[in-house]
Design a binder for this molecule. Structure first.
Ligand SMILES: *Cc1c(COP(=O)(O)O)cnc(C)c1O
Length: 391
């Protein structure tokens, strides 16, 4: 249904914002009742374009967007002026003023975070600044430890402009169905909540925990239960699933089919077709040799577009609705496909790297598995020069 630009780019990504809106609705339906469903749009909306995806999430009803850094949050504020914007990566030195200026909501877990935000709020004459207090419940990546919590809580005095609006943490094993790691995290989280509650934060409203895997698995419900015990509302933060890919559980979950719609299709087109004789070598170092007279198609894209070099000789892309194996190494700006078995391939033919064509589909997990990585990496690795086109 789409003709991206004229003339067509060499390599582009089609973004189906309606699919994203549908996914948001699906995930809100799956999330615990009454939970606030934050749309995670960090890393340029997982490579899907913040500019296209943040407004789509808002159209679908998202009241909160989450990104990692303050600079990302400033960009999100530009395209989504009317919703709350969470910077879940804390506040690097020097960024507190931007938090205040752009009305952002930072996560905090160190005394430095608190001090810099307090000074920035006071300097701007801001009487109240909501923050989300992050607790390290086991991932050891960020968040205050239970040992650090009393001193930190002591800083939220009545005359501080900072208000703890949420207690947050991040599960690091929601995709493990035995739930052992999450159970240990929930126990620490409960302990943290008891300490926070003892400090009687007047404005505490949310318990924020759980990414896509928590919403699709069981952790989301456990968060909601714990939130209820403390009179709080659960907040979940969905990323990957919003873009139409359900995190894989190992072993797989036994669940009713959840229909998520892939938002991104990654495409290129045939730039040349040539016949090569038996014995001809293809690509750097001749890692592919024609076993018979063959026909090969040149694609004007390569690893500089984010297409993994490890896929040389071990993956196939879709052309004319069929799988055409990659012949030889992936170059910086070029890939060669073996189209000997696919009749009629011609210059201009659309090639699907990720997505569907005819009856065939290449999923993000399929591409990720072949490259030995995960869908999050595939999406965020699609280079900036690959134009994102709304369809
Ligand atoms: C990235 C991230 C999420 C979203 O994770 P998905 O698995 O992509 O849903 C949620 N919370 C935090 C803190 C994150 O860093």
């Amino acid at each position: 249904m789409t003709t991206p630009l004229r003339p067509a780019p060499a390599c582009w990504a089609e973004i189906d914002t309606c699919a994203l809106e549908d996914n948001y609705g699906t995930l809100r339906g799956l999330a615990p009742e009454g939970a606030e469903c934050v749309a995670v749009v960090k890393a340029d909306a997982y490579g899907h374009s913040l500019e296209l995806c943040a407004p789509a999430a808002v159209r679908a009803g998202a009241k909160w967007l989450a990104v990692t850094s303050v600079p990302e949050a400033v960009l999100a504020r530009r395209v989504a002026p009317e919703v709350r914007i969470l910077a879940i990566g804390g506040v690097l030195p020097g960024y507190a003023d931007a938090v205040v200026e752009h009305g952002l909501t930072p996560s905090v877990w160190t005394l430095r975070h608190v001090e810099e935000l307090e000074s920035a709020a006071r300097a701007a004459g801001l009487g109240s600044l909501a923050v989300h207090l992050e607790i390290d419940t086991g991932m050891s990546r960020q968040g205050a430890s239970l040992d650090e919590l009393p001193e930190l809580l002591g800083r939220f005095t009545a005359n501080s402009p900072l208000r703890i609006e949420a207690v947050m943490t991040h599960f690091y094993a929601s995709d493990e169905p035995d739930g052992v790691r999450s159970a240990a995290q929930l126990e620490k989280l409960a302990e943290a909540l008891r300490m926070v509650a003892a400090a009687r934060p007047e404005h505490l409203k949310y318990l924020s925990a759980g990414a896509s895997a928590a919403v699709l698995g069981q952790d989301g419900r456990l968060v909601a239960k714990l939130a209820g015990e403390f009179g709080l509302r659960a907040m979940v933060r969905v990323g990957l699933a919003l873009y139409g890919v359900a995190p894989r559980f190992m072993p797989p979950l036994e669940r009713e089919a959840v229909v998520l719609k892939p938002v991104l299709s990654w495409k290129s087109r045939v730039a040349g077709v040539r016949e090569i004789p038996a014995g001809a070598e293809v690509g750097y170092n001749g890692t592919f040799t024609a076993t018979e007279p063959m026909r090969v198609a040149l694609l004007p894209m390569g690893y500089a577009d984010g297409f993994d070099r490890r896929l040389g000789n071990r993956f196939a892309l879709l052309v004319r609705g069929q799988r055409a194996p990659i012949a030889g190494r992936v170059s910086m700006d070029h890939v060669v496909l073996d189209v000997t078995e696919i009749p009629g391939v011609a210059v201009g033919d659309e090639v699907v790297i990720l997505g569907s064509q005819g009856g065939e589909t290449i999923s993000a997990y399929e591409l990720a598995d072949a490259a030995g990585t995960i869908p999050w990496v595939v999406f965020t690795g699609i280079a900036a020069r690959v134009e994102r086109v709304s369809v």
